[in-house]
Design a protein around this ligand. Sequence first.
Ligand SMILES: Cc1cc2nc3c(=O)[nH]c(=O)nc-3n(C[C@H](O)[C@H](O)[C@H](O)COP(=O)(O)OP(=O)(O)OC[C@H]3O[C@@H](n4cnc5c(N)ncnc54)[C@H](O)[C@@H]3O)c2cc1C
Length: 395
Amino acid sequence: MENKVNQSFYQSLSEEHRELQDKAKRFSEEILMPYELQCEENNGLPAEELSTINKAVLDWELNAINHSKEDGGQGLTIFEQMLVNEQLGKVTNAIWDTVFQPAYPMRDGTKQQKEEYLIPTNLGKRRDAYAITEENAGSDPKQCMTRADKIDGGFKINGEKWFVTVGDVADYLLVHAHVDGDPNKATVFFIEKDLPGVKVKRTPLYTHNFVYEHPEFIFEDVIVDDNKILGEIGEGYELTKDWFVEARLGIAARCVGAAIRATDVANTFASERKQFGTSIRDFQAIEFMLADMAMEIMAAKSMLYRVCWDLSESNNRKLNHALAAAVKLFCSEMVGRVCDKAVQILAGRGYMRENPVERLWRDVRVDRIWEGTSEIQRVIIGGQIKKRGLDIYVN
Ligand SMILES: Cc1cc2nc3c(=O)[nH]c(=O)nc-3n(C[C@H](O)[C@H](O)[C@H](O)COP(=O)(O)OP(=O)(O)OC[C@H]3O[C@@H](n4cnc5c(N)ncnc54)[C@H](O)[C@@H]3O)c2cc1C
């Protein structure tokens, strides 16, 4: 069925942006969606399938859309990245994560770090994972206990990291640690996973059946050279903030895509399903749910497109951080409500794992938790209002 809601946003795009969006849509539908049920049943995909997808990502030139062409990426603007991520968000089981977007702060690496890490990662030869969270450092990363003690020519790292997404297939981690245990010296280190002292503690199961795992890592007297610091000592939180801005906008875009797919499925079902001798869409209870879903997507998408457009034009890091928090909060809460209604419209069938609305409903729950919970986004927005006034949000 033709997607009328998408159509009007689509028509306001430039020719070049429409082509990009079409490409991402075709990639999601033709390359990624066929793996959804296999991924659901096995809580992941075998190495062979992952390698086929990796090749396709490169063939379709969707690798490292968030990094410069000079560094081997596609050099897309924030707005263009959003167009791609919106389409990828329609895919269940987080198979979108195979379309690798290496951690943005690596663009601040040295020439040597770019050659060793960023460029091969952008070209699909290596994989990174970002490790901040710990048992007692979740919303409050300053409670980080992972420490990097200065030794001759390098550092000795000890600590533990939780929930490391892609930690199973990554070959190196970007690890947030406090130098000499000092919270004012928060620093990001490149740590190769095969270094002595790097161990996987356990790999918990989660609500979703994600294409990759989120293992917990232990670091025991791991020795790294001085040149494994990303940026400077003490720059850890600033670098991580950059990562949050990008990751939060990516989440928001995927949430909009997920909501559109769930609504599309529910809308089709509402026409086809008959009870009491008529299509269930003729019941106002169902029609009103569809109306609310469409309205919520329209609101979220308007916000997402406008902010991503503005951020593509501006380079104000603090403003970006303030706006990204609001977009992530709104879109992630919106998709939860929309997917819940989609399940309700499909009823028994919506509760079957073989149905994409059921998988999306489970998949999107984490979007209100990771890269800062909804409460933390509200803390950021509240703090920004207090500091700068309401203008950045309302005028
Ligand atoms: C599937 C998954 C993948 C993840 N991937 C990664 C990853 O790749 N790398 C990584 O580093 N981390 C990752 N995380 C961790 C994630 O970012 C944290 O779970 C998140 O930041 C919240 O931390 P927490 O779970 O410790 O909750 P807590 O911080 O313990 O929060 C518990 C509750 O208290 C609330 N709360 C806390 N502080 C405040 C406050 N100031 N005001 C109001 N309410 C507050 C929270 O909102 C929440 O409701 C992942 C998590 C999940 C579930």
